[in-house]
Design a protein around this ligand. Sequence first.
Ligand code: CS2
Length: 463
Amino acid sequence: MRLSAATLDRLPDGIDRFGYDRDAQAVGIVHFGIGAFHRAHQAVYCDRAMDAGERDWMICGVSLRSAEVAEQLNPQDGLYSVAERSEDGTRLRVVGAVREVLVATASPEAVIDRIAAPATRIISFTVTEKGYCRAADGSLDPALAGEGSLYRFVAEGLARRRTAGLGGVTLLSCDNLADNGPQLERLMQAYLAVRDPALAGWVADHCRFPMTMIDRIVPATTVEDRDAAQAATGLRDEGMIATEPFSQWVIEDRFAGPRPRWEDVGAQLVADVAPYETAKLRMLNGAHSAIAYLGLQRGHAHVHEAVADPGLREMAERLMRREAAPTIAAAQGQDLAAYADRLMVRFANPALPHRLIQIAMDGSQKIPQRWLGTLAASRTSGHDCPVILTALGAWLGHVRGDNAARWGAVDDPLAGDLAALWQGKDALQVTTALFGPGGLMAGTWQGAPQDLARIAAAVPARG
Ligand code: CS2
């Protein structure tokens, strides 16, 4: 039997669940990219806020293309459970904050209607780095930002709000991009400048794009995860997700209109998110990506196994503490050494197997804000970053296809270009084509000849 509104009362005692009247709540948020991360993070904050008395913050989830999440959640009336896993055991909670999931390319009008609905106040996004449709130099790539992109749906929905005389909305980017809010604003405005210049002015006047730092480790759900949840609840939940107990959300308090009191349920509303975002991207995500490529190279499968390897553990520590941390101007009360301590404990969580190949995906989109920002800042201060240079070499081996026999083809929007680069070139030539003068990825950081040589030397010899 499947979890749904009709079967909810069959849940055994001891399984935590929302206490508010879902049917009485309006949808206040349209969220693009309702993957596992959103369900373990923002949706949980909304759920807890409504539990604490906030009203009308139900979420309409949108998948741009894939029907997978809609098929998981719609037959369950949007209900799903979150399993928090640590060495101490598992805690399950059924989350009620999702009303429905729409597939944008299949029902564009329904998505546009939701954005244009008077009760909608916030449009939020976890569409991953590549969902922002940027060219290598960071500008909006018109070839990518077409009919199926978030920009089209948001623009049409906002145009309708403007015509109807409704207020603006807050557009909340919750992706791991540097300056995520301002980036989204710049890209949205670039889209509108061509498609609907009059709307561009209205958006500038009526909408806001706060910056956020989002953090929770959420591996892709496995069949074993679903089976374990079913054994605990007696109900099949195709939408369940497994995550860690830790969760953090730092939000710039600059909204166009009402917002849930997320600060009452653990979020931090601050004036300046940048120090938190930079620390998270360069330390957590920077170490994650290094552990992923170096760990795969050494035959590991999961993060907790990779950090149990003393050599890798030392490299992750060094990257966080001696390469990334010195580049970050910490906010008052932000303790970067304690942050690194905590991250090592989180990475080592054996109850939450997190596959390295999942983190290794889309490296071309992740590396600029995770590693290259650190390299650029370290050049100014004269710091050496041997771990990042070595990790870049491991990444080059990964995109050459070194891990493909075990883990499948390289999953990256630039996979084709990167594979083509490796045709007939040696490691130094490939490194130079990417990070040398005028290189494909040299926008954030351009390597000096000795850096390029060190990266190339770290690429494994062809097996
Ligand atoms: C990971 C992130 O897959 C990845 O690239 O580094 O998803 C990471 O788990 C989250 O950002 C943690 O908040």
